[in-house]
Design a binder for this molecule. Sequence first.
Ligand code: AMP
Length: 329
Amino acid sequence: MDTVVSGIRSTGNLHLGNYFGAIKNFLKMQNENNCFFFIADYHALTTHPKPDDLHGNIKQVLAEYLACGIDPEVATVFVQSDVPEVSELYLLLNMNAYVGELERTASFKEKIRKQPDNINAGLLTYPVLMAADIIIHKANKVPVGKDQEQHLEMTRRFARRFNMMYSVSYFPEPDAYNFGKQLIKIPGLDGTGKMGKSEGNGIFLADSPQEIKKKVMRAVTDTGPTAPDQEPSEPVKNLFTIMNVVSEPSTVKHFTDSYAACTIRYGDLKKQLTEDIVKFTEPIRVRINDILNDKVYLHKVVSAGAEKARESASKTVREVREIIGYRPF
Ligand code: AMP
């Protein structure tokens, strides 16, 4: 049995990228493995949310997680800040993480570009906290999207460095995981980069059918293929990538064939894509609203999750302290 850890920042609603990059894999694993699923609300502080927003976002993301089918009866579902042990491991790991390697992280460089007025130390040490989240439960597998590949490599490095430094084989080196073998990247609808929470290019699980329609119909395309078997442009490829995860294979084939034959009409493609996305998200959206209204259930889930996660985390921190040399008098 593997130990699996997966997390999502509580900085905005879940989108199709989160679902197909991480959650879908986790759903396939939760019944056979020792699974931990958490809301990364310490990480969320790097963007300085207001106190009321912080709480509201945690609740929303939790409800969205559960609505996707994460089962708190089999997986440990918890909120990061309910497990303060992680902040101690984060502190300890920070002593063996080097500023140079943190500064070279692609996500840090991107954040510098995006929020030049708020380059806080939390952003720099973001991968260390992420590593602590993962190795505190001694995870072997972490279902993530392609965008997290580098962070996972750093997690492996921090685990290996700890083991070497203290001549132990204490932490496993966790693998970034996807059932399809390759990590995936769901693109945005704007013809560039990945779908993201703050990129303004996402389709959210909580979006209404009208919102989804508006977004898909506005998606960037091109003037259409002019020669048989022409390579699609980036924005059109992106629409096909999304279609690949939400539509039936026969639908994808129909549009791939009509693209190759230069008979495709992007209006039809978008209409079909809208329909298939709505078919996929609508049941989740209904469950999100039901769960959000059930305060007793939400409280029960996070309390039980915190207790189970703390049990696992405090054992690790106790053993790590011992390895480092903090011994009882
Ligand atoms: P975040 O939204 O950055 O907290 O990411 C949470 C999880 O969703 C991570 O495992 C990411 O790898 C995954 N993820 C986020 N955006 C995408 C995307 N566009 N494609 C695939 N996976 C993604």
